[in-house]
Design a protein around this ligand. Structure first.
Ligand code: NAP
Length: 269
């Protein structure tokens, strides 16, 4: 059997990163060797994960990991620090899995160049949940046959980044197929232009931020006399994201540069 994958998790105490760190610590083919959290710096990872065999302590920053060897860095902190952490991990020689939202297409272009220079892979997944992975595939299928669509991004009231990483990635992927058609171009509407949403990668995107939502995405395709709605809604727990992220950690070494979407490394999808 090959050596376990040495994993560092950025955001090791977070809602998403904490759940993933426990998943990594309990996976037979992985070892959690490092974790980032400013508030928990110095705390044993064994205590944070509840897995006694986990060595090491949490660090306040990626620089504080020093020469600790790790094969894969999982970015699950905050948009403001995400790109910095990813570039540092690539410079360290690691492959990177990105869960954090908020990175732009321009950020990913810069990360892609750094990853190719380092001969490393970056697997960026706006959402690791299987129902989102399927929605992305079904939406791409629909965009090959239909010309008109728009996306609605739903999230909790306090989510600061707009749109979500899930929606950003979906718009990017549909844009790779073609731009959605507009019967009336958004700069020619009669009334406040903002009501038509933001144009992202050729798609109109509308972000809703309200208490009561966790995270959701809906893409609506319209055609003459018919409509198709594809909708995902997340529940409250962070468990649905763990198995997808573990798969990304196992597969990221097979890609080079930035690859966006978990389905790119899933078999049979
Ligand atoms: N791809 C997906 O499937 C998926 C799923 C869920 C969430 N997300 C995204 O993942 C990101 C994290 O979400 P969350 O809900 O887990 O957030 P969260 O609960 O606030 O956790 C953030 C984590 O990052 C750490 N952190 C924040 N700033 C840091 C810094 N400057 N240096 C080091 N550590 C830092 C926090 O610890 P300290 O504050 O102690 O430093 C904490 O451990 C968001 O962008 C979210 O949209 C993606």
């Amino acid at each position: 059997m090959s050596n376990p994958i040495r994993v560092a998790v950025g955001g090791v105490t977070g809602w998403a990163g904490g759940e993933l760190a426990r998943g990594v610590a309990h996976a037979a083919d992985m070892t959690l060797v490092a974790g980032l959290s400013r508030g928990a710096a110095g705390q044993p990872l064994a205590q944070l994960t509840g897995h006694a065999d986990t060595p090491g302590v949490a660090a306040a920053s990626i620089e504080a990991l020093g020469s600790t060897p790790y094969d894969v860095y999982v970015e699950y902190t905050k948009p403001a620090i995400a790109k910095h952490n990813i570039l540092q991990a690539l410079a360290h020689g690691a492959h990177v899995v990105v869960g954090t939202s908020g990175l732009t297409d321009e950020d990913y272009a810069e990360i892609d160049a750094a990853a190719r220079k380092a001969d490393r892979g970056v697997l960026a997944c706006g959402n690791f949940a299987i129902t989102v992975v399927l929605l992305q595939k079904f939406a791409e299928m629909a965009a090959r046959h239909l010309d008109h669509w728009e996306i609605i991004d739903y999230a909790k009231a306090g989510k600061v980044d707009v749109p979500s990483g899930t929606v950003r990635e979906l718009a990017f992927r549909l844009g790779e197929i073609k731009a959605a058609q507009q019967a009336v171009p958004v700069d020619q509407v009669n009334g406040p232009r903002e009501t038509r949403g933001a144009t992202m990668s050729g798609t109109q995107v509308h972000a809703v931020r309200l208490p009561g939502y966790q995270l959701g995405v809906e893409v609506i395709f319209g055609a003459e006399g018919q409509r198709l709605h594809l909708k995902h809604e997340a529940g409250d727990g962070s468990k649905p994201y763990v198995s997808g992220a573990l798969l990304a950690i196992r597969k990221v070494h097979t890609v080079r540069g930035v690859v966006r979407g978990l389905d790119k490394v899933m078999e049979g999808i």
